[in-house]
Design a protein around this ligand. Structure first.
Ligand SMILES: Cc1cc2nc3c(=O)[nH]c(=O)nc-3n(C[C@H](O)[C@H](O)[C@H](O)COP(=O)(O)OP(=O)(O)OC[C@H]3O[C@@H](n4cnc5c(N)ncnc54)[C@H](O)[C@@H]3O)c2cc1C
Length: 487
């Protein structure tokens, strides 16, 4: 679906997408024909904030904390019952707080993402919810550290940090529309069991992964459908050391890292094989799109065994996704069966957790003032207006940042084109697939969140549009909040 088709369908359904708060009713009734129900217009209660962050996921948690810490009255709207997003549901570990120093002899080890993302890690460390920034001792051409998390503790820590910062956290609340005043977002429509409401604000950050708010606001977007969707299963009652031995014995070692596991330092926390040539297991895994890479922070748990599926259409299609949800659940059950059958130490394994819905690597691609290119990433380009620096690429060693260095994410790359007061953040930016394979990673999304949330608060304080904010002001605020901005 493109922007025009999306706007038309929203109008027919009676949702104002870029046409003002009262527009849904009468026009929709005029356009409604056979097969459509014309929803009557309705008065909604209004609440007012300085900043609204849509989606309390990987980027949204950090954006909302950052905005609130700048003094903005901040609301975050999250459809699930907890914050954390794909970082707690999809991936294998948080990539990456560091530059890729190990693959480049002579290059110094540097932590290049700090600020709120690092605070989350420190909080998790205190309660046994993180491996720490565990150094790779094999397979480090892909990354130099592995930061594995306990996903359930991550949700808790994120929730507590949001509340401590003073963010008003609206979980179990779906954002369903935008209220526009010309090119300015005036508010959003939200729905929950408490009813349908209008939330107004001065600045907005779209962190929904799907680009829902940007699409409702009438921003330009496309849907590249360039990745498989995935659900991942956490497998309990396993022996991680035996799993590691099995991978080693079959000469399939991928990345290995040691870190904190079940309270003991220097344990295997990442054991993975891109592929393994064990007859039966190999074919079985291939059939269900299963990858054998895992991380863990517990002795008896393999986290995030992924089963992938390529959809024929974009994952914004409810009906295609419904079919995929069932197919992937069958695959997850099969994955556990394969572990029980072939992997020593996993004979009595069981499905300990799955994601509540399938995860995506890209939904809508939202057009912003600047589009980060592959050459920006791999050449290690820096910008006058950057909000973070980053040093990881998911396709390393084939593609990686020059000389184990960093590139910058410019502020312009977060400003939604054509809209005066809306930022986009996370997996919805960066059109080039190969460049996106860097900017979409968790730690990049978190850093973008701190940049966008801080900027949104600064704009709201002075009633500025995103393009009126001086970068020196933003830079000062980011450095004051421990963001690392050196190349
Ligand atoms: C299978 C898989 C494996 C991955 N592996 C890794 C890995 O190992 N390491 C790594 O660093 N990265 C990995 N990634 C990439 C990374 O996890 C994501 O790109 C990143 O987490 C996306 O963050 P985000 O903030 O854009 O979105 P999300 O974290 O998905 O947050 C979006 C939030 O918005 C909410 N939301 C959406 N729509 C609405 C709405 N209309 N109203 C209210 N709330 C809404 C969602 O519920 C969600 O909480 C992986 C991704 C996938 C899918």
């Amino acid at each position: 679906m493109n922007r025009r088709e999306f706007s038309k369908s929203m109008l027919v359904m009676g949702v104002a997408a870029g046409t003002g708060p009262a527009a849904g009713g009468s026009k929709a009734r005029a356009e409604a024909g056979a097969g459509f129900y014309a929803e009557p217009a309705k008065k909604l209660p209004i609440r007012e904030f300085d900043v609204i962050v849509a989606g309390a996921g990987t980027g949204g948690v950090v954006a909302a904390i950052a905005a609130a810490r700048q003094g903005a009255t901040t609301a975050v709207i999250e459809v699930k019952g907890y914050p954390g997003g794909t970082a707690t549901e999809g991936g294998t570990a948080l990539h990456s707080f560091y530059n890729l120093w190990k693959a480049f002899p002579g290059v110094a080890k540097r932590q290049v993402v700090r600020g709120i993302p690092q605070e989350i890690i420190e909080r998790l460390m205190k309660i046994g919810g993180c491996s720490g920034h565990a150094e790779m001792f094999e397979g480090y051409n892909y990354d130099s550290v592995c930061t594995a998390i306990d996903t359930e503790l991550y949700k808790l820590v994120a929730f507590e940090m949001l509340v401590e910062a003073g963010v008003q956290v609206f979980v179990n609340t779906l954002l369903t529309g935008a209220i526009m005043d010309g090119a300015r977002v005036r508010g959003v429509i939200v729905e929950s069991r408490s009813g349908r409401e209008a939330f107004y604000a001065k600045s907005f950050v779209d962190c929904t992964a799907y680009g829902d708010l940007a699409a409702f606001a009438g921003a330009k977007f496309t849907e590249p459908n360039d990745y498989p969707v995935c659900n991942s299963v956490g497998i309990g009652n396993v022996d991680i050391d035996k799993y590691h031995e099995f991978i080693k014995a079959n000469k399939a070692t991928g990345q290995l890292a040691r870190g904190m596991r079940s309270g003991t330092p220097d344990q295997i926390v990442r054991a993975g094989a891109e592929w393994i040539n064990v007859p039966g297991l190999a074919e079985g895994a291939r059939k269900i799109g299963m990858a054998l890479i895992t991380t863990t922070v517990h002795d008896n748990y393999l986290m995030f065994i992924k089963c992938n599926l390529k959809l024929p259409v974009s994952p914004t299609s409810r009906d295609a996704v419904a079919k995929a949800e069932l197919e992937i659940r069958k695959r997850l059950a099969k994955a556990v069966e394969l572990f029980r059958q072939y992997v020593p130490g996993c004979e009595k394994a069981f499905m300990a957790r799955t994601s509540p819905k399938l995860c995506i690597r890209r939904g809508r691609l939202v057009e912003c003032d600047y589009d980060i290119t592959l050459s920006d990433v791999i050449e290690g380009r820096h910008f006058d207006d950057e909000v973070m620096v980053y040093g990881f690429h998911d396709s390393a060693p084939r593609l990686q940042i020059k000389n184990g260095g960093t590139y910058g994410i410019p502020y312009r790359a977060l400003c939604v084109k054509g809209i005066e007061n809306l930022y986009a953040c996370g997996m919805m930016i960066t059109s080039d697939h190969e460049a996106h394979m860097s900017t979409r990673n968790t730690v990049a999304c978190m850093g973008q969140g701190q940049g966008a949330g801080t900027a949104a608060a600064l704009c709201a304080a002075k009633n500025l549009g995103t393009r009126d904010l001086k970068h020196t002001t933003l830079r000062e605020a980011l450095i004051g909040a421990a963001v690392h901005l050196e190349a």
